[in-house]
Design a protein around this ligand. Sequence first.
Ligand code: KL2
Length: 456
Amino acid sequence: MKLCTCIRLCLVMWRVWEDLDGTQAEPSVPPTTGQGPESVFEFTVMSYNILAQYLLEGHPELYIHCSDKVLVWSTRLKGIIQEIKTWRPDILCLQEAQEIHFQKQLQPVLSDLGYTCVYKRRTGSKTDGCAVCYQHSRFFQLSVSLLELRREGCELLDRDNVAIVLLLQPVTSQSPDQTGTPICVATTHLLFNPRRGDIKLAQLVMVLAEVDNVVRRCKAIGRECEVVLCGDFNSFPNMPLYQFIKTGQLYYHGLPTWMISGQEDLSHQTHPRRVYAPLLPSSLGINDNCQYVTAKQTESPPSGKLKYSQGFLLQLRYCPGACERPRDLALIPGVTDNTPDQHEKQPCTPTFSNTVCHCLNLSSAYSHFITGTDRQEVTTLHSNAGATVDYIFYSARTERIRGQTDKRLHGGLEQIGRLALLTEDDLWSLRGLPNEVFPSDHLSLLAKFKLRISPL
Ligand code: KL2
């Protein structure tokens, strides 16, 4: 074996594949009658910021620890292709793909590997962008949205970031009458500026609104829809922007803008810039629930008529008062004692004003710690420090409770594996990033999911 191959193999071994199957046991209840047998569809998703060469060359101070050789584009290109070939993800989401390099060099190779690619360049003078590539033997593309996160006349949306939102239909061979739940795959690379979390949050709201729109279009035709949201969010774990994605709610009014992403600690500032409500002007047509406002919703009801809309009244149906059986109402099991189906509740209605919400129920494929330890993982590393800024979020399978006994897991994706990340120390022992093995200043993230497919 050639020495360089040997070194490569040894170093690739640093990243361990973790099987997570079996951690989410299905409660042992018989299937509801009427539902046929389920089959499963397994697929992998990679999110990878491949470091645009023009950005590398524009910020040499970030790569002073690197040998010249590992910074040459032709060398890095080979490494990036090798990384993709090693793991062959079913869905590949790229950030910082330089347009000319993507179109002339990466896409032809990806095409030969069986991928169909969608690319969106950043606006303005930026020459990199995002791409989503999927194995066309495994998915059928139902829709595509290419988003520009710059909007004229909106103070917080004045930067050149973009996003891609695809709706993919799994193609299954097991049985032709079984088509899997569609999967909405979204990727973005949010603004870098560590001081401007307000802009990152506004950009994220735009992406979530498009995802919500795709999900709702599916639901309108009676189909569930799963979500994978990944990319480089330029935000740290557990900081407000991250918490917003995971919990579905963020009270943002008054937050210092640096704190939203937590990328840099500016707590020493006595008069920090803060974000104030409303985050986005109503003219943008996106409400605090990260949903597009339809013309119908903005219309005010004719005067003297309907004071409360049907939508408003529907929101009240599960308020605590509405769920309590009045004392003099006879108990009819299953009717007057029923608590609402958790899934049917409307979790995306903001509890407070000055809050943004979404109802996508997202979990992170990574825990941000090396499994079983308290050592922090990182997804990127520059001359100064390592950090986690890249994520794969997915709509997780949740427990749906009907009455006291019937507990069933509902819809959602089950994560069944991931490629472990590394710690900052691990990466420094490999001479930092990029190096001979890892061709970008980010590591790839790779997660494997299982989708249960019921007959239509
Ligand atoms: O942090 V990044 O790298 O997600 O890996 O995203 C941005 C930064 C990317 C696109 O804007 O370019 C990098 N200092 C350090 N890195 C920078 C800077 C900067 N001033 N500006 C852009 N980037």
